[in-house]
Design a protein around this ligand. Structure first.
Ligand code: GLA
Length: 382
């Protein structure tokens, strides 16, 4: 078989183009896999996919422009790869095949504007772009909900992160100028209009990678499950941490070690914060939203233990600037971005100041990305 190279993709005429965005999350971190509430939305930075069938029964050729890397897939033998980004693609194909979808040979060029490992879910954007793209290309007739869950399953089964549903849901279902309140138990959701002027959403990327992230992420999930089992010994009708209140938690405190208590206490408080954040947003009270974001960061740092020195530095720095209404780490943790609600007039000077301080402290360049809430994964037919 010839090696795949750029020549193969010359004069590429796509049948369809898919755009799949990254996501932010205002509040509700690590609550999704505890059947709780989250408040994310898609952003105006995306991955682009150009798809066409290639009239073979089993061969797919994929070119990632961002990595300048090629992937040749044999559809009759889908297995995991040692290369991480390949598993997002292979994992989705595997889930489609498990659901008896008839996928035949296709070619695809992928081009991304999303930094990897920044906590803005480039992985879900990739999975959902492939899933919705193949669904359209081969007229597979899966519902959006099925495509969201199979993309999540791909991450569990091929990448190994036992993630919740937030990222894939937000990437697919978001609408411009809105945020999504998702009930991760029922998957009911509400689109909440966002009016933020004169404030803006600024992401500050620590440029620290997530090496620890997958193992620690699965560990947190496991700790929540153990905590829940202990709570259930006294309250057998409780089926997830979402149903636990602080008074209930206090009654079982003697049975939980400090780590398990802290994990559960964080989740209980974070679910409450999401509900309060919705009230704040609906009444246009961004100051209260900001305070809740600081509360969230505090819990993630001290109780859930998924922050790191770089993220804490950025959040602490923001506290000294009143034109930043709120800041917190975003996503799984251990690096990635902080999300900041900042007055539009102060962005440039603030980025300059905080980049300088960050570099001085950690000898690492900070990257700043201004984002706005945008539509979810979209398909353009040619
Ligand atoms: C990652 C996971 C999500 C969610 C967040 C933390 O982004 O993919 O499911 O758990 O971490 O809120």
């Amino acid at each position: 078989m010839k090696t795949l190279n750029k020549t193969y993709f010359e004069d590429f005429k796509p049948e369809l183009t898919v755009t799949s965005p990254g996501r932010i999350n205002f509040i509700g971190e690590h609550t999704d896999y505890n059947n709780g509430f989250v408040l994310p939305t898609a952003i105006d930075k995306k991955i682009f996919f150009f798809f066409k069938k290639n009239n073979t029964s089993n061969h797919c050729n994929i070119y990632s422009k961002s990595y300048d890397a090629f992937l040749r897939i044999d559809l009759s033998n889908i297995t995991t790869s040692d290369v991480e980004w390949e598993n997002f693609v292979l994992g989705v194909i595997n889930e489609l095949q498990h659901r008896n979808a008839v996928v035949t040979g296709f070619d695809c060029i992928i081009e991304s504007e999303l930094p990897m490992g920044a906590g803005i879910s480039s992985s879900a954007a990739l999975e959902c772009g492939i899933a919705l793209g193949l669904n359209a290309l081969f007229d597979l007739k899966f519902s959006l909900q099925e495509l969201i869950t199979l993309s999540r399953d791909a991450e569990h089964n091929f990448v190994g992160t036992k993630c919740g549903i937030m990222d894939q849901f937000a990437v697919v279902m978001s609408k411009k100028a809105h945020t999504l309140l998702i009930d991760c138990e029922s998957l009911a959701y509400e689109l909440i209009p966002l009016t933020m002027q004169p404030y803006k959403i600024l992401l500050l990327n620590t440029n620290i990678s997530h090496n620890l992230a997958t193992s620690e992420y699965n560990k947190r999930r496991n700790e929540c499950e153990i905590g829940l089992e202990i709570i259930k010994e006294k309250y057998p009708n409780i089926s997830s941490l979402r149903e636990v209140t602080q008074p209930i938690l206090e009654t079982v405190r003697p049975n939980l070690n400090t780590t398990l208590y802290n994990r559960c206490a964080y989740i209980v408080a974070e679910n409450n914060r999401v509900q309060q954040a919705v009230t704040s947003l609906k009444s246009g009270d961004l100051k209260s939203l900001g305070d809740l974001m600081y509360g969230s960061h505090d819990g993630l740092r001290n109780l859930y233990d998924v922050s790191c020195a770089e993220l804490d530095f950025l959040v602490d720095f923001s506290l000294k600037h009143e034109y930043v209404l709120g800041a917190r780490m975003m996503g799984g943790g251990f690096g990635g971005c902080t999300i900041n609600i900042i007055h539009g007039n102060n962005i440039n000077s603030y980025v300059e100041k905080i980049s300088y301080a960050y570099k001085k402290e950690f000898k690492i360049d900070l990257s700043a990305i201004e984002v706005s809430p945008s539509d979810g994964t979209s398909i353009i037919y040619h």
